[in-house]
Ligand binder design. Structure first.
Ligand code: 3HC
Length: 305
């Protein structure tokens, strides 16, 4: 019986990936760069719009490698090799000889389209352009490129090192070699790959946002967040919805909800209190306490209506 994941083309169509580019040097991009370098053992370049952001991304990666070393998840030699594989640049020209470039920039379609156009201008015709978008249309991102067949969705989950799932998104023009390479790469990254349709928020986020959205709505109903969080604990979830929302980040959850709202109307909406927190620039709501309980900072609660 074939072990090929459902919808995956023949593995022999897959192309070799010997150099990876990551657009963005934020938290998700840094996690991706580290995963690619540790699992594929190929050079990885991260880029961002200025040197400070690139430096912050590299510093985050180095701190993560230090943690892996301290926990003995990585030996000293492997840690040094991984550090040497990851470099930063402020120009996308650094991607010239990359075979696979993944973007993890701001969740705004126009920004992602611009990034792909800039990358396409410097890479070879075969270089794959992948997007880690949480909810935007992969088809729309590819539409104006010279080679739309090179675009694929490659959607990871937080924390990237630990979450086994990878949603691979095929757009109508994605070709079989690109898809086969995406599946082969996902396997090398030791992820469980599932092929999903290019629909708003794909599969997992659509379901997850119901849970996280409703828990945020509990604030609007005046429910004590500790009570709501505690009520869900016996469900045996690996993380409570509050903790998950804090980890994913309220702005990301908001972008996903907006995509879902645009597609499905009132089934999904940004809660009034969630919007209040975003308006006040509060990025994460709840910080997990050391004993696993969830603390809601008083300063955060003060923002709520
Ligand atoms: N690098 C590599 N592997 C690591 C690691 C690291 N830094 N840290 C831990 N691991 C491995 C461990 O070795 C262990 O593997 P094993 O089972 O083979 O031994 C595994 O990861 C689990 O490690 P822990 O025992 O530390 O994990 P916990 O039991 O505490 O669980 C968790 C941690 C997996 C994060 C769990 O809390 C969980 O599943 N939470 C839910 C997270 C979730 O739902 N994320 C999705 C968010 S939505 C999203 O991101 C999409 C976006 O588009 C919005």
């Amino acid at each position: 019986r074939s072990k090929r994941p459902a919808g995956a083309p023949e593995r022999k169509l897959a192309r070799a990936v010997t150099k990876v580019g990551v657009v963005g040097a934020g938290l998700m991009a840094a996690q991706l760069a580290l995963l690619f370098a540790t699992r594929l053992k190929v050079p990885v370049i991260i880029t961002d719009i200025d040197q400070d952001r690139v430096d912050a991304g590299l510093a985050h990666i180095n701190a993560e490698i230090d943690k892996l070393l301290a926990k003995k998840r990585l030996g000293r030699d492997a840690a040094n090799r991984t550090r040497a594989l990851i470099t930063g640049s402020v120009t996308k020209e650094a991607f010239a000889d990359a075979d696979f470039v993944i973007e993890a920039v701001f969740e705004e379609l126009s920004v992602k389209k611009q990034v792909f156009a800039e990358v396409e201008a410097v890479v070879s015709a075969e270089c794959i352009l992948a997007t880690n978008t949480s909810s935007l249309s992969v088809t729309a991102m590819a539409a104006e490129l010279r080679h739309p067949e090179r675009v694929v969705g490659f959607h990871f989950f937080n924390p990237v090192a630990q979450m086994p799932l990878l949603e691979i998104v095929r757009a109508p023009e994605t070709d079989d070699a690109v898809l086969a390479t995406a599946f082969a790469l996902g396997k090398e990254l030791r992820k469980t790959c599932v092929l999903v349709k290019d629909s708003p928020a794909f599969v997992v986020n659509r379901v997850l946002l119901c849970l996280m959205g409703e828990i945020a709505n509990a604030f609007d109903d005046g429910t004590d967040p500790h009570v709501a969080d505690g009520a869900l604990r016996p469900m045996g979830l690996p993380m409570s919805p509050f903790t998950l929302l804090a980890m994913v980040g309220i702005p990301v959850a908001q972008h996903v909800t907006e995509s879902l709202h645009a597609a499905f109307g009132e089934r999904f909406r940004v809660s009034a209190n969630q919007q209040a927190l975003i308006d006040h620039g509060i990025r994460g709501l709840w910080a997990p306490a050391s004993d696993g309980a969830v603390e809601v900072p008083a300063s955060t609660l003060a923002v709520l209506e």
